[in-house]
Write a protein that binds this ligand. Structure first.
Ligand SMILES: Cc1ncc(COP(=O)(O)O)c(C=O)c1O
Length: 452
């Protein structure tokens, strides 16, 4: 499999090169030349495997010869040692083997990994794949990652104590939840290869600094920079695996009923993964996109006009993105055909007030607790379903455990949350981080200092 640059498709690379270089030399995003496709029969066979083994098989055509089948199986079994349940709001889990099915609405809980957010799926695959390549070549890398809250924790966890890798996590000061900040600033206890930097600005500023760092040839070469954001194609591909596997579990249980996934979205990396899975043959009819008030993609779906803009802070802070990184990848998947995109994607955006009210409603009606992001996704699914023939399977993707946003969830639901163990442990650790102004120079100084 070759990857081409979205700036100039003549610029190509193999998987290992695209993963480590993050961006093409012309600054473009890498995209697979050809998405592998599976017939429904082949797909059903893959989905009968465990999720980890299915992921290893799906990864095969995307990677290169540096990875044997055994390597991929080992990487995926090690990365995916936690469940990904499809649950009803009443708490029942989909089990295709039981004859009595439990309604037609599910929450896909993608938050059972070590940092309790869907980012673990991509970060753990990418971290292990990158280490595998670097062990073979013996080279060293510096990872710069901008985070709106969850990516930093997942990348820090995935690369902790990996030889030859230093990780710098840029997060917006006061722009992430208390629990997220605690997670981000306590990885490795300050003595390891993970360094947190609170940037005096927004997530878009953090993202811009990372882009500027890559555009700065001297800096990029001196430190052998690598990105772990979803600009890196190695982050996006593994996000197709869970759409593929779970949609086939649903197909096995429900036969020919159409399946619709709703995704709370910001940078559109998760949606890109879903669209790749659909191209591979996953039986997904449509995708619903939930945005907060940072909604350039929802606006694009409604009007055909794409107007990226500075982000505004909201309750679902991990989606405060005014310039989604993966928009060019979505265009590429559809050859830029707006009508084709609209046939598959539908979107709606919501205010914080609506998000809060919906969290309270779900909790009062069912006892289920959603994080603010999942609330946005669930509202979008309801808005999509309104007035439609209800005979389809609805899956809202839950992107984070509500405990990651305990400060706002507790205020909104007026109750105390029991934090899961990894979070309560992180809350007791001492925060260690650097503060920086939102400039490349400020970040360069910190990176130089830590590596001297
Ligand atoms: C909890 C949560 N939900 C949703 C998103 C948005 O995902 P994407 O940026 O892939 O659209 C993020 C991304 O940071 C997130 O952390």
């Amino acid at each position: 499999m070759f990857y081409h640059s979205l700036e100039n498709p003549k610029n190509t690379a193999g998987f290992s090169e695209a993963l480590l270089a993050s961006l093409a030399p012309d600054g473009g995003l890498w995209m697979p030349d050809k998405i592998p496709t599976y017939s429904l029969q082949q797909a059903a066979k893959l989905a009968a495997l465990s999720f980890a083994d299915c992921a290893a098989a799906l990864a095969r055509p995307f990677v290169d010869k540096k990875f044997s089948d055994d390597d991929l199986q080992e990487i995926c079994r090690d990365a995916y040692d936690y469940p990904l349940p499809l649950k009803t709001l009443a708490g029942y889990e989909l089990d295709p083997s039981i004859p009595e099915l439990r309604g037609d609405e599910f929450i896909l809980e993608l938050f059972h990994g070590p940092t309790l957010a869907f980012k673990d799926f991509a970060a753990r695959f990418m971290g292990r794949a990158a280490s595998h390549i670097m062990q073979m070549s013996g080279e060293k890398r510096t990872i710069l990652v901008a985070t709106s809250g969850d990516t930093g924790g997942a990348i820090g966890d995935a690369f902790l104590h990996q030889d030859g890798i230093q990780v710098f996590i840029l997060f917006p000061n006061s722009g992430v939840s208390k629990v997220q900040e605690q997670q981000l600033t306590t990885i490795g206890g300050g003595n390891a290869n993970i360094h947190a930097i609170a940037v005096d600005g927004t997530f878009d500023d953090c993202q811009q600094i990372v882009k500027d760092a890559f555009a700065d040839e001297e800096l990029s070469e001196t430190f052998n920079l690598m990105s772990a954001n979803s600009i890196n194609v190695g982050r996006v591909i593994p996000q197709s695996f869970y759409y593929f596997w779970t949609s086939l579990q649903l197909k096995a249980a429900y036969g020919d009923k159409p399946i619709v996934y709703s995704i709370p979205s910001g940078n559109l990396g998760n949606l890109t993964g879903g669209l790749i899975a659909r191209k591979m043959g996953a039986p997904i009819d449509r995708f619903v996109i939930g945005n907060n008030m940072n909604d350039p993609f929802v606006e694009y779906l409604a009007s055909g006009k794409y107007s990226p803009r500075p982000s505004v802070p909201t309750l679902s802070n991990a989606m405060d993105i005014g310039r989604p990184n993966n928009f060019p990848r979505i265009l590429d998947l559809f050859d830029g055909d707006y009508e084709a995109i609209r046939n598959v994607c539908w979107g709606a955006s919501f205010t914080d007030e609506q998000t809060e009210r919906h969290m309270r409603r779900i909790h009062a009606e069912t006892g289920y607790i959603v994080c603010p992001h999942t609330s946005v996704g669930h509202m979008a699914m309801q808005a999509f379903s309104d007035g439609l023939d209800p005979d389809f399977i609805k899956v809202t993707v839950s992107t984070a455990h509500p405990g990651k946003f305990a400060d706002s969830v507790e205020r909104i639901l007026r109750m105390d949350l029991d934090l899961p163990k990894p979070l309560s442990k992180a809350m007791k650790r001492k925060k260690i981080y650097n503060l920086a102004s939102p400039t490349l120079d400020a970040i360069r100084n910190i990176v130089e200092l830590k590596q001297s």
